[in-house]
Design a binder for this molecule. Structure first.
Ligand code: FES
Length: 182
């Protein structure tokens, strides 16, 4: 098996930063094509600041990763690809359920996994989300990661959506994406 490392980062509220290093293994599975799997997960302490809760959750995250079978690790890394005859196991479903939380650590872990899979993309791409109040998308997104999970709480925190209201649909999309509902 050949091994490669991939570091992915996520930011919390514009000041706290978390970085995780995924150790990936590349092996030949049933189909004969090389398939990647996660071998290990490490917190990159040199690139991580703030958010002490994250470390505890990452340890649990690592335990769940290590408990997966090789086939499940392949599927976790390549969710859109078949892994031969292996069905998704209970362990993999349990892993995904563990990322269903609405707390900011669950949201950041979801972001890190999506980045590892090259699938992280917010459903609203423009730099400014609320044109009436000139609120950047990044400000709205950080508010959502920090706990604003309704258009009303986003409006109270950022003022986005407090005039014509047409941006509320985009805010709802961002909330749904961040909570894993899209
Ligand atoms: S565009 Fe956000 S309130 Fe009008």
């Amino acid at each position: 098996m050949t091994v490669a490392n991939k570091k992915v980062e996520a930011e919390l509220l514009g000041r706290d930063q978390v970085a995780v290093e995924f150790v990936l293994g590349f092996d030949v599975q049933n189909s004969g094509a090389p398939q990647a799997m996660i071998v290990d997960v490490k917190l990159d302490s040199a690139s991580t600041s703030g958010c002490s809760l994250f470390e505890d959750r990452l340890l649990e995250f690592c335990r769940q990763i290590r408990a997966l079978s090789d086939a499940d690790r392949v599927q976790l890394l390549n969710p859109d690809k078949s892994v031969g005859t292996h069905p998704p196991s209970v362990a993999l479903e349990s892993f995904y359920r563990g990322l269903d939380g609405k707390d900011h650590v669950s949201i950041l872990l979801r972001e890190l996994v999506l980045k590892l899979q090259n699938r992280f993309q917010l459903p609203y791409q423009e730099a400014e989300l609320c044109h009436c109040r000139a609120v950047p998308t990044a400000v709205v997104d950080r508010a959502i990661v920090g706990g604003c999970h309704s258009t009303l709480s986003v409006a109270r925190t950022t003022s986005a959506g407090t005039s014509c209201g047409t941006c509320k649909l985009d805010t709802e999309l961002l909330i749904a994406y961040r909570l894993g509902a899209l």
